[in-house]
Every structure is written in structure tokens, then in C-alpha cells.
Design a protein around this ligand. Structure first.
Ligand SMILES: C[S@@+](CC[C@H](N)C(=O)[O-])C[C@H]1O[C@@H](n2cnc3c(N)ncnc32)[C@H](O)[C@@H]1O
Length: 280
């Protein structure tokens, strides 16, 4: 009955007998009535709507546990620093950050530790950091808050929709893709982010001279990145030898990179420049 009227369920009486010790994470999970948003003031679940389009996605939806600290950050800081990628409007990046500083898009920040470090070390650059991973969004908001970073905004949703529907041409000063999901199985290669069509879309939103910086610990993917970036008419390798770049000092080790290094993986960085329009 309450379901069909879309009303919250009435609270259930506590069972008799001894109660379990208090666990803030558990209370977060249990206190929500059916149909109620997970974070009323926080990021929306699936902001563009699952029927926005049918498309192969570069990420795996995962339902991971959000800690009490992350939940608190999502509720408290999302209205100030969060951006739901709903595909419904074009964003003014100057308005989003409150200044005209250069803006770099980071796709797939994971838990956001490297993002926060890079933001702290380069306060004159704005970072629009996008991921679908809710605990990571909470973690990055917390880090930005603790470190007093005003140059980070956290996007929730698919970066493809952000690029295609919400960003203006020539609006980005850089693009960072650090340790994108490698999709090692052949039948999943189509889910890899770095592909010619993605690069064409990204190029349309990047200013001439903007740097695309990718890194991966999956060597076959690194080779693919080098091939498709090297062949794309909108990008030129910053390396005269046309190869991989050493990790630049400004990129800290990331969480996924650490896990890859522990397994003996080799890490490759790629630094390409968006060429001026007339050079196409
Ligand atoms: C392997 S993790 C790497 C995280 C982090 N960069 C690191 O190195 O620790 C890749 C991340 O990219 C995110 N991702 C993949 N495709 C995405 C997309 N189209 N839009 C937003 N996030 C995406 C995933 O959710 C995941 O958190």
C-alpha cells in the first residue's frame, strides 16, 4: 500500500532483547525508506537517467559501501562542489569555479588522492574531476575540504555525456586519464575509453595546445593508446621520438598505479598536445 502511494514506510519498532553496538555505516544503510534518494542533498543516482541512451560504457557500475565520513561529505559539500552529469545543460566553467583560471578535466579519479595532491600543488589550475564511484566522490570532497582546495569540482556520471552535452567547444585546457579500466579481455576491448571516437570528441572540447595526459599499467592498452593518439589528426606526441613519456614530476603515484606496481606491472605515461585547428 505505502509503495503504490510512494510514501515512506512507517518506522518499525525495535526488536526486544540486547541491541547490536552502534555502527554509523550500518545506520546509513538501513535508515532509508524504499524509493528515498541515498543522499538527499548529494549526488543523484544515475543523473543522466539509465534511458538517456544505449551505449557501451567504459565503467562497471559497482555498489560499494560508503563510509560515514564519505556520506557526510556528500551531503554537506555536494551542493557547493558537486556537479551531476545529467546531460541537460551546458556549463559555464568560469561560473562553476568562480574564476577564469585554466580548467583540466580528469576522467576516473577513483578515490581522488592524486587529484587532491595535484590540486594542492597547482592552485592556479582548476580540476573538474569526474567519476561514477560514489565512495570516491565522498573521499575527494573530504580531501578538498580538509586541504582547503577551492580549485576542485567533483562530477558524478559518465564523462562522455559531460563532454558531449555539457561542455563548450574549446573550453578545456587539459585532459587527464590516469589508469583507466584496462578491460583486458578481447571481447571487452570496445569498452576501453581511449579510442578514436572518444579522442575526436575530446579534441572538440580542448583548446589548441591543451595537453592530454594518459597513464596505464596495462601494457597492451598503453600500446593501443600510443597507436590511436599517434594516428589521430588532432593530437601530436610531445615526445620527439614518438614514444611514451617518463612520469612527469607533477603526477603523483595513484592508488591503482600502486596496486599495478605491486604486481610487477610496467607503467607508461603518454603526453600529447592538441594541435592548432589549422594544422588538421
Ligand atoms: C581503474 S580506476 C583508476 C582510478 C584512479 N585514476 C587511480 O589511478 O587510482 C578507473 C576509474 O575510472 C572511472 N571511469 C571509467 N569510465 C568512466 C567514465 N566514462 N566516466 C567517469 N568515470 C569513469 C571508474 O569508475 C574508475 O573509478
Amino acid at each position: 500500500m505505502s509503495d503504490s502511494l510512494n510514501l515512506p514506510e512507517a518506522p518499525r519498532p525495535a526488536p526486544a532483547g540486547p541491541q547490536p553496538p552502534h555502527d554509523p555505516g550500518a545506520s546509513l544503510r538501513q535508515s532509508r525508506a524504499k524509493g528515498e534518494p541515498r543522499f538527499p542533498d548529494g549526488p543523484k543516482a544515475d543523473p543522466a537517467g539509465s534511458h538517456f541512451e544505449r551505449r557501451i560504457r567504459s565503467f562497471q557500475p559497482r555498489r560499494s559501501r560508503v563510509t560515514a565520513g564519505q556520506a557526510d561529505a556528500l551531503q554537506r559539500l555536494w551542493p557547493k562542489w558537486g556537479l551531476d552529469i545529467d546531460g541537460q545543460r551546458v556549463i559555464d566553467l568560469g561560473e562553476l569555479f568562480g574564476n577564469a583560471n585554466p580548467v583540466v578535466l580528469e576522467i576516473g579519479f577513483g578515490m581522488g588522492e592524486a587529484t587532491a595532491r595535484m590540486a594542492a600543488e597547482d592552485p592556479g589550475t582548476n580540476i573538474l574531476a569526474v567519476d561514477v564511484h560514489t565512495p570516491g566522490q565522498g573521499n575527494l570532497l573530504n580531501l578538498a575540504d580538509q586541504d582547503g582546495l577551492s580549485n576542485v569540482r567533483v562530477g558524478n556520471g559518465d564523462a562522455i555525456i559531460l563532454l558531449r552535452e555539457m561542455l563548450r567547444p574549446d573550453s578545456l585546457d587539459g585532459l587527464r586519464v590516469y589508469f583507466p579500466d584496462p578491460w583486458p579481455k578481447k571481447r571487452h576491448h570496445k569498452r576501453r575509453l581511449i579510442q578514436p571516437e572518444f579522442l575526436t570528441l575530446a579534441a572538440s572540447r580542448l583548446k589548441p595546445g591543451a595537453i592530454v595526459h594518459c597513464a596505464t599499467d596495462w601494457e597492451p592498452y598503453a600500446e593501443q593508446m600510443l597507436e590511436v593518439l599517434g594516428a589521430h589528426p588532432d593530437f601530436a606526441n610531445t615526445r620527439a621520438d614518438g614514444g611514451f613519456a617518463p612520469r612527469p614530476a607533477f603526477r603523483p603515484l595513484t592508488r591503482f598505479e600502486g596496486q599495478g606496481l605491486d604486481k610487477g606491472h610496467v607503467v607508461n605515461d603518454l603526453l600529447f598536445r592538441r594541435v592548432p585547428h589549422q594544422e588538421r
